[in-house]
Design a protein around this ligand. Structure first.
Ligand code: PEP
Ligand code: MG
Length: 589
């Protein structure tokens, strides 16, 4: 975060903008679950005070829960008091409370430390019991624990009702699982201290159309829940106590942005063809099942990347074949007459879930992620493949394997696919036997072996988010080295060109489904490199269509010929930017 600037009562903080839009309302500063809770030894005479603090925190949490319960019951017009009943039982649970009191007496430490330890142990024990109901309770206990600790640390929202009113979240970090759970109606924006543009949290913010800023180091200390804040997701500025002049200025900015959106509406039903007649297939990325409606609404030609890992997050058991089949069937039906490319599970890296019992790894992005996990867990993989094969009878469905590093992995995955077909056949269940199978090109070894892979894959989709990460050895979520994460570096241009050329030489098409596909400043480069399809977050699709329609493929090729002779990534970026500004200035800011 840059040094804050202040005028009058107003204070500005600048971070990295990751999802466009403007939000203005009260902030809620989140207590970080993983935040270290300091251990403080206490003297015997301090014991009664610790017990009293604990009792007050339990009472305050109970009041908070009752208030939320009442509010929800009012909102849904029901007298059903059962919502949050399980949570309330936790704050009254004698076993838990007595254990805290005993430990407090024995270990003489601050009560938040003791309570956190006891609650964690409780959760671990419950999570191991072979009973789905008890395992589900872990989530309730974790939520209550967070609330009690917030009260003990004095970090509870000043206004407890903030949770159910619209607010902007400020947190040290949000995981993709946290983001997947955000309530679009209530959360108008979020800002985090860590993070990067291509983290899955940022990607989700763009798909959910929640304005967001990351990399605001130290911001949690600067704000208090309830503060009045304006979040500008275009420039990455967070403004505390915005002045009337600032609010008026942002009103004008919003109107101008809305005008652009309205103009883009007009081209929704038109083809995404360059001025000299090259059709670039324009599809949408879907991260959460509820985004499917946004695909056609934004004029995309189907789904170019359906990320399936979100079906596995925030739960204790993985989804079974039926549940997955239902999701994929809906995607198949709703993307007609176009199609949907379902990417098989890409768990690991920055996406973790309790439902798959993933081991802790030193380097999760270099670890047992995506296809590696699936090949090592064939039953989980087959469950998904069977669901996809069945859904494929309802529309135009293709399979895509993530993180393929070479031909062996592609072949191994295909063997498991054939086994899945045989299982369905023996069950007499209808499925599509000739489903097309493509791969993501996101590891440098796959680019270098693209000629081999293109002979056995039906298509390529270049995952630039990971390709850039793995090419430069730059962790895509680490903002300290974000300056090295460089889409216009000659190495990346060459990689994309190699993959496209190998695909075309073998008669298959190549798309780009990483975030580069949605960056309209880089569309001239991608078209010039010969990419056949671009798949971006639905909300960005109209902009990309505008860019495609404003460009000439032949001029883009000329631009790429020049770019490929250049060494300097900033100069290459400028070249592309110049063409973008010349052709579609209104969306190239
Ligand atoms: C990519 O790596 O570019 C990609 C699209 O996949 P993900 O962002 O889900 O890793
Ligand atoms: Mg990827």
């Amino acid at each position: 975060m840059e040094a804050p600037t202040a005028t009058g009562n107003e204070q500005r903080f600048t971070g990295i903008p990751v999802a466009p839009g403007i939000a203005h309302c009260a902030v809620m500063v989140q207590w970080e679950e993983d935040e270290e809770i300091a251990l403080r030894k206490i003297e015997p005479h301090e014991l009664p005070e610790e017990i009293a603090r604990f009792e007050s925190a339990l009472i305050a949490t109970r009041a908070e829960l009752l208030e939320i319960q009442q509010r929800i019951a009012n909102a849904i017009g029901s007298n059903d008091a059962s919502i949050f009943d399980a949570h309330l039982l936790v704050v009254e649970d004698r076993t838990l409370i007595d254990e805290v009191l005993r430990k407090l007496d024995r270990e003489r430490a601050n009560v938040e430390y003791i309570f956190h330890q006891v609650a964690e142990k409780y959760c671990r024990t419950l999570a191991q019991i072979d009973d789905p109901y008890l395992r589900e309770r872990v989530v309730d206990i974790e939520d209550v624990t967070r609330r009690v600790i917030r009260h003990l640390l004095g970090k509870a929202p000043r206004n407890p009702a903030t949770h159910d009113r619209q607010h902007i979240i400020v947190a040290h970090n949000l995981t993709p699982s946290d983001t997947a759970q955000l309530n679009r109606e209530l959360v108008l924006g979020f800002a985090t201290e860590t993070g990067s543009k291509t983290s899955h949290t940022a990607i989700m913010a763009r798909s959910l159309e929640i304005p967001a800023i990351v990399g605001l180091h130290g911001i949690c200390q600067q704000l208090t829940s309830g503060d009045d804040v304006l979040l500008d997701g275009y420039t990455g500025t967070l403004i505390l106590n915005p002045s009337p002049e600032t609010l008026a200025e942002y009103g004008r900015i919003e109107s101008a942005k809305e005008e652009v959106v309205e103009r883009l509406e007009l081209i929704r039903e038109t083809a995404s063809t360059t001025r000299d007649g090259r059709h670039i297939v324009l599809s949408a990325n879907v991260d959460l099942p509820e985004e499917i409606g946004d695909v056609a609404a934004n004029g995309a030609e189907g789904i170019g990347l359906y990320r399936t890992e979100f079906l596995y997050l925030n739960r204790m058991e993985p989804p079974d074949e039926e549940e997955q089949f239902e999701h994929y069937r809906i995607a198949a039906e709703r993307s007609k007459p176009n199609g949907v490319i379902i990417r098989t599970l890409d768990i690991g890296g920055d996406k973790s879930t309790q439902s798959l019992h993933l081991p802790e790894e030193q380097n999760p992005f270099l670890g047992c992620r995506a296809i590696r996990f699936c090949l090592q867990n064939p039953e989980i993989f087959k469950t998904q493949l069977r669901a996809i094969l069945r859904a494929a009878t309802f529309g135009n469905v293709k399979i895509m394997y993530p993180m393929i590093s070479g031909i062996d992995e592609l072949r191994q995955a295909n063997v498991i696919l054939e086994e899945s077909k045989a299982e369905l056949a023996s069950r007499g269940v209808p499925f599509h036997p000739f489903i097309e199978v493509g791969i993501m090109i996101e590891i440098p070894s796959a680019v270098l072996a693209a000629d081999h892979l293109a002979r056995e894959a039906a298509f390529f989709s270049i995952g630039t988010n990971d390709l850039i990460q793995y090419t430069f050895a730059v962790d895509r979520v680490n903002d300290r080295i974000a300056h090295l994460y460089n889409p216009t570096h000659p190495a990346i241009l060459r990689m994309i060109k190699m993959a496209v050329d190998a695909a075309h030489a073998n008669g298959i098409w190549t798309g780009v489904c990483g975030e580069m596909a949605g960056d309209v400043l880089l569309t001239p480069l991608l078209i010039g490199l010969g990419v056949d399809e671009l798949s971006a977050t639905s909300a960005i699709v109209p902009r990309v269509k505008k860019a495609v329609q404003s460009l000439d493929a032949s001029q883009c090729e000329e631009l790429v010929r020049t770019a490929l002779t250049m060494e300097d990534s900033a100069a290459i970026q400028q070249l592309s930017l110049n063409m973008a500004r010349e052709r579609y200035a209104e969306i190239a800011d």
